[in-house]
Design a protein around this ligand. Structure first.
Ligand code: A3P
Length: 339
């Protein structure tokens, strides 16, 4: 598990050792010091009702936290230091849109000749013992903190398209983006935050709704995040693949085949007929990964994994507001959600 800094608003629970935790904190302190002048010039959220849980900083059109993981300092460091290789494949997403699932699928696809994927036939697949987050690192946390050996060129990021380090675009890397219905993202985020926050007072849904619908969320507005990658996928379809969580739920076989082809590992005819695609879908399915990660701190990434769960939590007014924003923000773009 790669995360730390549990005091943050958006900071997954850690299972790192005390030494690792200490080293990470030291490295983060260096970044905080390195960027303190730059960060001090940024706008922050006003100290009012909206953001009573935590402050956010506005950087290049998106909101971030400071002094923890997935923060404004991390984005600045990645922009300054990260050098992509042309062979890298980036799995990009806004938090809570299916990042973990996409990581698992891409990892299983890329490594399928090394690790057999049939659950019954092979219990040694890494995804049957460790979390997808340990298989595919985030550049925001890992690249400058631990200098990892990358997982076969697979890397992940929550950074918006327009804020990606230049080398990702100029070195012609491939990017796979996953999006999800913003209403389900809000509910997923709400549950997640209340599980990982060490603050004893739970965040009220109505408060999170207020800021989320204004685009104030870790890594910024879900709508602007999606639009950035969607437009890039239209401009550079050979380099940016745009996927939807809902399509993966509805038609996993076709989406997984498309993903495999895009990342340069298409299934052969033989694999298609011997059930290889189905085996990967089962290995990376919610049931399997939820069970594997049940006793780990990464269990927070597996809640329900269903489409339309927001309908059980949001009021009619909240739904109307969110739908209106989605309609306006995605106007003229072919991005739609059924629920
Ligand atoms: P819910 O909270 O709605 O259940 P992320 O990985 O970007 O943090 O997103 C987490 C969301 O994806 C959670 O949604 C989680 O349950 C869901 N998820 C995780 N693994 C999944 C899988 N294998 N299949 C479907 N959904 C999955």
């Amino acid at each position: 598990m790669m995360y730390s800094f549990p005091t943050a608003f958006y900071s997954p629970v850690a299972t790192v050792t005390k030494d690792e935790e200490k080293a990470r904190k030291e490295k983060m302190s260096i970044l905080i010091e390195r960027y303190k002048d730059k960060v001090s010039t940024l706008s922050t959220t006003p100290d009012n009702q909206l953001c009573k849980y935590e402050d956010f900083w506005y950087f290049h059109g998106f909101w971030y936290h400071s002094k923890a993981d997935f923060t404004v300092e991390a984005v600045m460091a990645v922009q300054d230091d990260f050098q992509a290789l042309p062979t890298d494949i980036f799995l990009a997403s806004h938090p809570k849109t299916g990042t973990t699932w996409l990581k698992a699928l891409a990892f299983a696809i890329v490594n399928r000749s090394k690790f057999k994927t049939g659950i019954a036939s092979c219990q040694t697949h890494p995804l049957l013992t460790i979390s997808p987050h340990d298989c595919v690192p985030f550049i925001e946390t890992e690249s400058f903190l631990n200098n990892p050996s990358y997982a076969n060129g697979l890397l992940a990021t929550h950074i918006p398209y327009t804020s990606l380090p230049k080398s990702i675009i100029t070195s012609d890397c491939r990017i796979v983006y996953i999006c999800r219905n913003p209403k389900d993202v809000l509910i997923s985020l709400w549950h997640f935050l209340n599980k990982v926050r060490d603050d004893s007072s739970p965040i009220k849904l109505v408060d999170l709704f207020e800021i989320f619908s204004k685009g104030i969320s870790p890594c910024g507005s879900i709508w602007d995040h999606v639009v950035g990658y969607y437009k890039a996928s239209l401009e550079r379809p050979d380099k940016v693949l745009f996927l939807k969580y809902e399509d993966l739920k509805k038609d996993p076989k076709n989406v997984v085949k498309k993903l495999a082809e895009f990342i340069g590992n298409p299934f052969t005819e033989e694999e298609e007929s011997d059930g290889s695609v189905e085996k990967i879908i089962e290995l990376c399915g919610f049931e399997t990964l939820h069970k594997v990660n049940k006793v780990s701190s990464d269990q927070v990434y597996f809640r329900k994994g269903v489409v339309g769960d927001s309908g059980s939590y949001l009021t009619t007014e909240m739904i109307e507001t969110m739908d209106k924003i989605t309609k306006e923000k995605f106007d003229g773009l072919s991005i739609s959600f059924e629920a």
